[in-house]
Structure formats: structure tokens, C-alpha cells
Design a protein around this ligand. Structure first.
Ligand code: ADP
Length: 254
């Protein structure tokens, strides 16, 4: 293990990164920026969450697949608190931090994150780059740049949003990581309409999980706003149809 490093005062990101890599999960906890972090096992899977839901799914768009429902979660809250292998940052092309979720992630991780990001130069729309998570409970941050949209998104903007998710997932596999949390990329200052973004996200994650489900433990859709929570609660059952235990069971009312 590298020599002990105090992450709140260290000024060398490379030294801090290699120090963190040598720590056990338990030892890393001492360096988190917060005490009220959320462990992955405390985040219910969609399979568990859907059990308690009421409402009706007329015609789900996809086949029921129990295994997939255990690989996806909807979580509402601050993505910086999640103890997953990687959180995804809705960054801007400079990668040097900004407002919204990007600002929250940089503040929580600390200045070493910006130092490492500076060495990555910049990032094009739809692309993704990975860094250490520093003081975050997440080991890594995957920075991706979503499209800026005014009004209705075009097909190419939808493709760019899709690429943000796919390129982030490629990095996840490349680094042999097994869990990730995504914010609602582009739907804040970047202006992508929330419903349309959710359709892109759910289509992309469903198709990706069908192909790669064995390689990941969990993908978390992390929503922050009431509006996004209700969109995903409504749309998830179409993409990830839940179990229906029988005509009188709870899910018959979904
Ligand atoms: P973009 O520039 O890609 O539109 P924003 O940061 O403006 O990114 O918004 C993306 C989404 O992230 C929005 O839904 C916003 O409410 C949400 N968000 C903001 N802060 C957080 C946070 N701490 N955790 C999770 N999501 C967040």
C-alpha cells in the first residue's frame, strides 16, 4: 500500500489515487466526504420496488425478465452519496466542473478531482472519460457530456444522449466495475425534455442489460426531481415489466 495520504489536504491527485486503490472497502470509508452515504445493498432493486406499486400497465413494451429487474434500480436523492463502483457525471465539455450535478460531484470529491480532470483535456458530446472518485463513496467518476437541446430533440441529439449512456457503460466494463449510478443527463441546464430523455435512457439500458446482464450487479437511475421520479415510476414498468403473482396479486394492479 502507498504511504498514508490525507485526502482533505493532499495536493497530488496521482498519489491520492494510488493510495485509494490500495485500500480495502472498509478503509476507503474513512475518507468519504460524508457519513450518511448509501450502500448499494440498501438501494432496492426494481424487482423489489415494483412489488409495492399500484397502477396499471396496459401493454408493456418488453418481455418480462426477472433477472433484468434485479439489475436495475430507481433511486431518488443525491448521487454523490451513493456507494457504487462508479457514478456518472453530467459534465460540460471542459470537464472542469460547473453547476448542477457536476458542481455537486466536484465539491464532494474535492479539488483532486478537478486536477485529474484537467489532465484529460476535454470531452466531446456523447463521449465519456473516467477518473478516480477521491472523497466520494463511489470509487470512480465517469464524466460524460450530454447534448444541449432547445425545444424538441433531433434524432442526432437522441443518438448523442444514447452514446453518453453506452460510452459510460463501455468504460464500466473496461474497468471491470459492477455497479453504476446515472443522473438524468442533459435534462437540467442542457434542456433535454424529461420524458423524451427517459425514453432514450430506458430503451438504451434495457437493450444493454439484455446483452450484458451477467457482467454487472446493478445500474441505478438516480433522479433528483419529483418530475423525474414520477416519469420513471410510470415508464419503468413498460421497459422492465414486473412480476405478476396472479389475478389477485398486488402486481395485477400495476
Ligand atoms: P445537464 O447540464 O446535463 O442538463 P444538470 O446538472 O443541469 O445537467 O442536470 C442533470 C440532472 O441532475 C437534473 O435532473 C438535476 O436535477 C440533477 N441533479 C442535480 N444535482 C444532483 C445531485 N446531487 N444528485 C443527482 N442528481 C442531481
Amino acid at each position: 500500500m502507498a504511504a498514508k495520504v490525507d485526502l482533505s489536504t493532499s495536493t497530488d491527485w496521482k498519489e491520492a489515487k494510488s493510495f485509494l486503490k490500495g485500500l480495502s472497502d472498509k478503509q476507503r470509508e474513512e475518507h468519504y466526504f460524508c457519513k450518511d452515504f448509501v450502500r448499494l445493498k440498501k438501494i432496492p432493486t426494481w424487482k423489489e420496488m415494483a412489488k409495492g406499486m399500484t397502477g396499471k400497465v396496459e401493454e408493456p413494451q418488453y418481455k418480462k425478465d426477472k433477472q433484468l429487474n434485479e439489475k436495475i434500480s430507481l433511486f431518488r436523492g443525491d448521487i454523490t452519496k451513493l456507494e457504487v463502483d462508479a457514478i456518472v457525471n453530467a459534465a460540460n465539455s471542459s470537464l472542469l466542473g460547473g453547476g448542477g450535478v457536476d458542481g455537486c460531484i466536484h465539491r464532494a470529491a474535492g479539488p483532486l478531482l478537478t486536477d485529474e480532470c484537467r489532465t484529460l483535456q476535454s470531452c466531446e458530446t456523447g463521449q465519456a472519460k473516467i477518473t478516480c472518485g477521491y472523497r466520494l463513496p463511489a470509487k470512480y467518476v465517469i464524466h460524460t457530456v450530454g447534448p444541449i437541446v432547445h425545444g424538441e430533440p433531433s434524432d442526432s441529439q437522441a443518438a448523442e444522449l444514447r452514446s453518453c449512456y453506452l460510452n459510460s457503460l463501455d468504460l464500466l466494463l473496461e474497468h471491470r466495475l459492477r455497479s453504476a449510478a446515472f443522473p438524468c443527463i442533459s435534462t437540467g441546464v442542457f434542456g433535454y425534455p424529461n420524458e423524451a430523455a427517459a425514453e432514450v435512457v430506458l430503451t438504451t439500458l434495457r437493450a444493454w442489460l439484455e446483452q450484458h446482464k451477467d457482467k454487472v450487479e446493478r445500474l441505478v437511475i438516480c433522479v433528483f426531481l419529483d418530475k423525474d421520479e414520477s416519469i420513471y415510476r410510470q415508464r419503468l414498468p413498460h421497459y422492465f415489466p414486473p412480476d405478476s403473482p396472479g389475478p389477485d396479486g398486488p402486481c395485477s394492479q400495476l
